[in-house]
Ligand binder design. Structure first.
Ligand code: FAI
Length: 507
């Protein structure tokens, strides 16, 4: 045989057809242990790599294809010296390498333990792929059964060098992704480190192209990350695929609703909450999220951290919502929602990932930070002004106000009354405008309400504004050089003022 294809695959899907295609072209088959057996069992004539090298697979498969005769066969160029070398070691002339790696990712997704995962780290397969991809001028490299149809579309000798380079590109991406998952797992086993790693690797698998990005002229895709739960495992019951903007908005709605433990509903527009409510039931929570701002919620995204039943589904369909996300839906609720074909209905668990990082690009690089986790720091909450007050009485409103303000773009002020956001001021370049916006929206509902600020008050003006609107309690991080202005104003107007000692910018 003049030319050989080397096959070593974990996933045997489609391998017989591919191998038959090579045979039909007069190309001989070389295969590693299990692949060899599989092809033989399917009636193909194949030579085992053990026969070729005279070297038996050892260490339970840890070493099976790592042999100079194999690599000479794959890596030799068509130069006189290389061909001489190849012939000197009696190596075959390999024209195609088909490998798919040990399924490390599948085992990772199943939550396999460390020892199992270590055994799923492919060594020889990666080396075979690298060798063939490096020598793409002369060798075709194939790493995934989804490529087989393309490979079989024409005889191997008719494949152009550009096509082989494209396959090599896929192969190097494949190996890089594979290794990134391994590196991330080792990082996870290290546990929390004081420093972020010197080299930061991001691995994503495209779970589908998005129709477009933020605007129709921008290309976009959603890449799922193995370690993160969330939207990749969400079940879309109905409606078109989510768009780029839908996903970004849905993330804010879902994260805020998942931050709250009481039954909660959150409405979001443009990555900013426009209404949020908590209550005894999900229906009550939604009513509040809706009443918070019945104008902005239209065409928005609503997340509900519980099970939606038919009456709630009916209420939800009274206005147009782009996306409804919930922990679950009863069958009757799904039936009700199915009448509104355009509404995307998404089911997913409301559990925030334990450990996760956020990445944002800037020109020339990317920024990495731990995700902000927002909970009221009850232990360190310090009253710094105003009359004594029972925190238990305000617990629900403080919790909602503090969580919501952490999800509103800075500068952010949120006013909450009776488990409902009555005023949200955000995305302002100064704090007093954010306060004025929130308080104007709250109107009479500001009376006795909780006002939360994502960062400290730089002046006493926000307290003065809060007093004008008869706010009941103020919670803010504190830490300004002019904290005394706010403390004096709170004392003068008899408003309890609490410092959290912790801020929650969102830019
Ligand atoms: N150690 C080696 O020399 C080696 N060479 C190839 N493999 C992998 O073994 C698998 C195929 O093995 P088999 O043909 O025995 O079923 C493939 O996933 C291939 O990537 C190896 N296994 C792990 O590294």
């Amino acid at each position: 045989m003049d030319q050989w294809a080397l096959l070593s695959v974990s996933d045997k899907t489609g391998i017989v057809e591919l191998a038959q295609g090579f045979v039909d072209q007069g190309i001989g088959l070389l295969a590693s242990g299990g692949t060899y057996q599989y092809l033989r069992d399917h009636g193909l004539t194949v030579k085992s790599l053990e026969d070729l090298t005279g070297f038996t697979e050892i260490l339970g498969g840890r070493v099976k294809t790592l042999h100079p005769r194999i690599y000479a066969g794959i890596l030799s160029r068509e130069t006189r010296d290389d061909v001489n070398d190849r012939q000197k070691v009696d190596a075959p002339h390999v024209v195609a390498v088909v490998v798919n790696l040990y399924p490390f990712e599948a085992f990772l997704n199943q939550g396999a333990d460390q020892a199992t995962l270590i055994e799923k780290i492919d060594i020889g397969g990666v080396a075979l792929i690298r060798a063939a991809a490096k020598n793409f001028q002369h060798v075709a490299v194939v790493v995934d059964p989804s490529q087989y149809a393309t490979v079989l579309a024409k005889p191997l000798h008719a494949v152009t060098v550009e096509e082989r380079r494209r396959w090599a590109y896929q192969a190097f991406n494949h190996v890089a992704y594979y290794d990134a998952l391994i590196a991330q797992s080792f990082g996870d086993w290290e546990g929390h480190q004081a420093e972020l790693p010197e080299l930061y690797v991001v691995a994503g698998r495209k779970s589908g192209m998005l129709r477009y990005g933020e605007n129709p002229h921008q290309r976009a895709g959603f890449y799922a990350q193995t370690r993160d739960v969330g939207f990749q495992s969400a079940k879309l019951h109905q409606g078109k695929a989510l768009s780029y903007n839908n996903l970004a908005d849905a993330d804010t709605a879902w994260r805020l609703a998942a931050t709250l433990t009481a039954p909660a509903a959150v409405a979001v527009k443009h990555q900013t909450p426009c209404g949020a409510g908590v209550g005894q039931s999900l229906a009550e929570a939604y009513e509040k999220a809706y009443q918070a701002d019945p104008v902005s919620i239209f065409g928005g995204i609503v997340a509900l951290n519980g099970i939606v039943d038919a009456p709630l589904a009916n209420r939800l369909t009274e206005i147009f919502l782009e996306v409804i996300i919930a922990e679950g839906f009863t069958d009757e609720a799904l039936k009700v929602l199915s009448a509104k074909k355009n509404v995307r209905v998404l089911e997913m668990p409301f559990v925030l990932p334990e450990q996760s990082e956020e990445i944002r690009t800037v020109t020339g690089g990317f920024l990495v930070q731990e995700r902000d986790r927002i909970t009221v720091p009850w232990q360190s909450l310090k009253q710094v002004a105003g009359p004594a007050v029972s925190l238990a009485e305000y617990e629900q409103d403080i919790t909602l106000a503090w969580a919501t303000v952490g999800f509103v773009k800075s500068n952010a002020i949120v006013v909450v009354n009776a488990g409902m956001t009555v005023g949200i001021g955000g995305g302002q370049t100064n704090r007093i405008d954010a306060a004025r916006q929130a308080l104007a929206q709250a109107g009479d509902k500001a009376h006795g309400a909780v006002l939360a600020s994502d960062a400290f008050f730089p002046f006493g003006d926000v307290m003065e504004e809060a007093a004008k609107h008869r706010i009941g309690l103020v919670i803010q991080p504190g830490g300004s050089v002019r904290d005394n202005e706010s403390i004096d104003a709170a004392n003068a107007h008899g408003i309890p003022l609490f410092f959290t000692g912790e801020r929650h910018f969102r830019h």
